[in-house]
Write a protein that binds this ligand. Structure first.
Ligand code: A2P
Length: 335
């Protein structure tokens, strides 16, 4: 791979696409050119990147000629249609959608966990995992190394920006409507999200779990190479703008110790301990928002399950859960 690649962002006007631009710029990603691609609606829109003005182009099959790395974040349908086209042009695709995550010859990568997997991409497609899965594994992986992970029971508290710009707009509009005494309009979510919580993210499967909930199981197994891992997860949308939180019980093969668990985070990149309950110190979504670091706290020995720890983890899902993780994968490709 060219050390100064030409990069394209597919979905450049979306919540994740905009964040990808910020991450590339902040991290001084050594690109030789940047192509911003979106739907015809956005063609011609001007965007500033590193002091230059770039114009958004309409995504077309020929958009990828001469592009080395394409970061896709425009939904599964766009990925299914255009990722193979880009890959066929010799471009390496880092795909944020779930379209290819479970395919055997597509690596599913969290750089801090299985970064080396990104270097073998026979189809020129690398998948970026689900946001809630990334943030949860950032907290569990250091513990897995020490104690051997066996089972996860988790509930997520997921921000509306996980649904893209529409989710943010819907929360804002509903809060305004309620404060002004106007009727509430629901379009992105099936029920009112303002001042409420919704225990459904994505559609239900015949297991009774939603697709989102099964991602932690299927993706967790693949990323950590733990085919026997068992996971039970409930994903909940909460009226938070940004950053997901996960309450999690993790059971391990070996006996656990809280102080040893806390020490597992020392020196670990991308995750920090915020765990001084006596001082009222625990992480909230606002602590993680707009930052690269996930925070873990409330670590305690689980009272109900043997060899288990309970904990709480937060992370900015637009950043580490999507844009940053994708840019980190791109960095692995040019290293
Ligand atoms: P556009 O802004 O032109 O609609 P979000 O997830 O925040 O809603 O963003 C989705 C992103 O995916 C946007 O950049 C959007 O572009 C882009 N997108 C959606 N549908 C298409 C499509 N059919 N072709 C290209 N880009 C698309």
């Amino acid at each position: 791979m060219n050390a100064q690649p030409k990069v394209a962002i597919v979905g450049a006007t979306g919540a994740v696409g905009v964040e990808i631009q910020k991450c590339l710029e902040e991290r001084q990603f050594p690109l030789s050119g940047l192509k911003l691609l979106a739907s015809a609606r956005s063609a011609g829109k001007k965007v500033e990147y590193a002091g230059r003005v770039l114009e958004v182009e309409e995504l077309r099959p020929e958009s990828f000629r001469g592009v080395d790395i394409a970061l896709f974040s425009a939904g599964g349908n766009v990925s299914r249609e255009y990722a193979p086209v880009a890959a066929g042009e010799g471009c390496v695709v880092v795909d944020n959608s779930s379209a290819f995550r479970q395919e055997e010859d597509v690596p599913l990568v969290v750089p801090e966990i299985n970064g080396e997997a990104a270097l073998h991409h026979p189809r020129n497609i690398i998948a970026n995992p689900n946001c809630t899965t990334i943030i949860t594994l950032m907290a569990l992986y250091p513990l897995h190394i020490k104690f051997g992970l066996r089972m996860i029971i988790a509930s997520s508290y997921q921000a509306v920006s996980g649904s893209g710009q529409h989710g943010i707009a819907e929360l804002e509009q509903q809060v305004r409507a309620i404060v002004n005494g106007d009727p509430v309009v629901c379009s992105t979510y099936p029920r009112q999200i303002a001042f409420n919580v919704l225990p459904q993210i994505d559609c239900f499967t015949d297991t009774g779990y939603t697709k989102e909930e099964l991602k932690m199981l299927n993706e967790g197994r693949k990323i950590m190479n733990l085919p026997e891992l068992s996971v039970s997860c409930t994903c909940v949308r909460v009226p938070v703008y940004r950053s997901h939180s996960i309450s999690c019980v993790a059971q391990f093969e070996r006996p656990v110790d809280v102080e040893v668990a806390r020490a597992c985070y020392a020196g670990m990149p991308g995750i920090a301990l915020m765990d001084q309950p006596a001082r009222g110190e625990w992480p909230t979504p606002l602590d993680a928002t707009n930052g690269d670091t996930c925070y873990v706290g409330r670590i305690r020995k689980d009272l109900a399950i043997p060899n288990a720890l309970s904990l709480w983890v937060v992370g900015d899902q637009v950043r580490k859960g999507a844009a940053l993780n994708a840019v980190q994968i791109a960095e692995l490709l040019i290293r």
